[in-house]
Design a protein. Structure first.
Lengths: 233, 289
């Protein structure tokens, strides 16, 4: 436990500033590489903490199920581009905690790209979805179960303002010759409509399936005492 | 795809090659280096995918054109003004820069396409299985469960259709969404219950009670070491030879390429050459029979 914390601290205090410093000093198009490296370095402590804690079999399987469910859920609704994925990731974060939300988002994004093709977007997707699950856990985990309407509003704005723009950043960094405000505004406004669709799908899923899914997960946690083990330790 | 020689190499060799190829492609903005990367990437992609790969390669041409033409709208630096758009100058230098960026983007897409085909999930797990055992196991389970859950979702849809609750293509958006959410709910129950059984089964078989061993299909051969050495030498030559500097705006200044370009080209073409060599050997061995 202690060693992983030391390594995480080292990453945040030394590796990330060093990467940024190096990236700023080099001329040319190093910003995509710099940003991607920073993103990977930001994710490392989460993975490290998960790994060193030696998760139990039940916990591993539960996380795997939620990841797979998030990815597979796109075949459930017969409307193209209606993806309940993000809503499921956020619900996992709410029911099982921020760390579980992060792992579900990041691993889910990584695994789904084995089917849809890895690309320059992979680290950004892992970060965006992982962060979405993590934040939802920070805000709602361990409190009274939030109302579906609140969840829907939260999910809608979270995607529109945080998850979506994070995904657009990848487009911004890979296709622009010079980072200008005008170019950034164009990329974000082009992405806005896509994000709006994504956010609406999330809000609808939260509204209709938020309560049953949370109930199922909470029941599981209560019945089998999952995810509590590490609090006792 | 199994017939590709480089794909049969050790995953570490593949990972080293792609790290170098994608890293160089993202960073080097000299036009000739970009062209080399595009050509080598397209060659290897077509060798891997055969005729089916043509769609992707041809599809990148309009992407290239759009990105090249759009970029100068946002980058107004440069001296030779071609015309003005909405009061902003559209310069030749910015157009060249746009083409370079578009070329880099196309090359990157090609190399990532090759990466996805060569470094499959089993190879990724072979590489990282010992370093991060829990996350690798999680990934393996997720990769198995995704098709599994999709199949189950279709089963649930079919079962609902059989009791008259099916969703036809003509159904309204509201019905589709509401029906989909019911399926999602049922699928969640099914998957979670199954997960608990799997977890208990794993525990009773001793998961977590000792150090995990891992199954490995690949072994570092002499060829792998030779390839690794060649990659290292050629990458070093590319960096040390220089001649990779190129600036587009405000004025074009492109360094004359030296032998570094040859080293870079050779680096990128090694997997394709390996593929060619194996094919040649195959035909020679056939003609002997």
């Amino acid at each position: 436990m202690r060693r992983s914390k030391a390594v995480s601290l080292l990453i945040f205090l030394a590796a990330i500033p060093a990467t940024l410093w190096l990236g700023m000093r080099l001329e040319g198009r190093w910003y995509y590489l710099t940003c991607t490296l920073v993103i990977i370095e930001t994710m490392l402590p989460f993975f490290l903490a998960f790994e060193t804690r030696k998760p139990q079999a039940r916990e591993l399987v539960l996380l795997a199920v939620m990841c797979a469910l998030a990815v597979a859920s796109r075949v459930v609704v017969l409307i193209p581009n209606f993806k309940p994925t993000t809503a499921i990731i956020m619900l996992t974060g709410i029911a099982l905690g921020p760390e579980a939300g992060f792992m579900t988002g990041a691993i889910g994004a990584f695994a789904s790209n084995f089917f849809f093709g890895q690309g320059p977007w992979t680290p950004w997707q892992m970060m965006a979805y992982g962060f979405g699950g993590f934040l939802a856990g920070i805000v709602f985990h361990g409190k009274k179960r939030p109302k579906p309407v609140l969840l829907a509003v939260y999910g809608f704005f979270m995607i529109l303002l945080v998850v979506g723009p994070l995904l657009d950043c990848c487009t911004l960094f890979t296709t622009g010759s010079r980072l200008t405000w005008r170019f950034a505004a164009t990329v974000f406004s082009l992405g806005f409509f896509y994000n709006l669709k994504h956010a609406l799908a999330c809000a609808v899923t939260m509204l209709l399936a938020g309560k049953p899914l949370l109930e199922k997960l909470e029941r599981l946690v209560k019945k089998y005492g999952m995810m509590d083990a590490r609090k006792e330790r | 795809m199994a017939s590709d020689a480089f794909s049969n190499c050790h995953p570490a060799t593949n990972a080293v090659f792609f790290a170098g190829a994608i890293g160089f492609t993202v960073v080097l903005q000299h036009p000739l280096y970009i062209a080399a990367s595009c050509v080598a990437g397209a060659t290897y992609y077509l060798l891997l995918k055969g005729r089916r790969g043509m769609g992707m390669v041809l599809g990148l041409i309009p992407v290239f054109a759009v990105l090249s033409l759009v970029n100068p709208l946002f980058n107004t630096y440069g001296q030779r003004v071609l015309f003005t758009v909405w009061g902003n100058p559209y310069t030749l230098e910015a157009l060249c820069y746009g083409m370079a960026i578009a070329g880099m983007f196309a090359a990157m897409m090609l190399w990532f396409g090759c990466y996805s085909a060569v470094l499959t999930s089993d190879k990724f797990i072979c590489l990282f299985g010992r370093l991060i055992p829990a996350i690798s196991l999680l990934l393996v389970m997720v990769l198995r469960m995704i098709p599994n859950l999709q199949r189950r979702a279709r089963q649930i849809l079919g079962a609902r259709a059989a009791i008259g609750k099916g969703i036809s293509g003509a159904a309204g958006t509201k019905e589709k969404v509401a029906g989909g959410m019911r399926v999602l709910s049922a699928l969640t129950d099914w998957a979670l219950e199954g997960g608990i059984v799997t977890g208990d089964s794993m525990r009773s078989r001793g998961y977590g009670s000792g150090k995990r061993t891992s199954f490995r299909l690949y072994r570092m051969t002499v060829q792998d070491w030779a390839l690794m050495a060649a990659f290292a030498a050629l990458a070093a030559a590319t960096i040390l030879a220089g001649g990779t500097e190129a600036a587009y705006t405000p004025t074009l200044s492109i360094a004359a390429p030296g032998w570094g370009l040859a080293a870079y080209g050779l680096y990128l073409l090694l997997p394709s050459m390996l593929h060619g060599k194996e094919t040649l050997q195959w035909f020679i061995s056939i003609s002997k029979i």
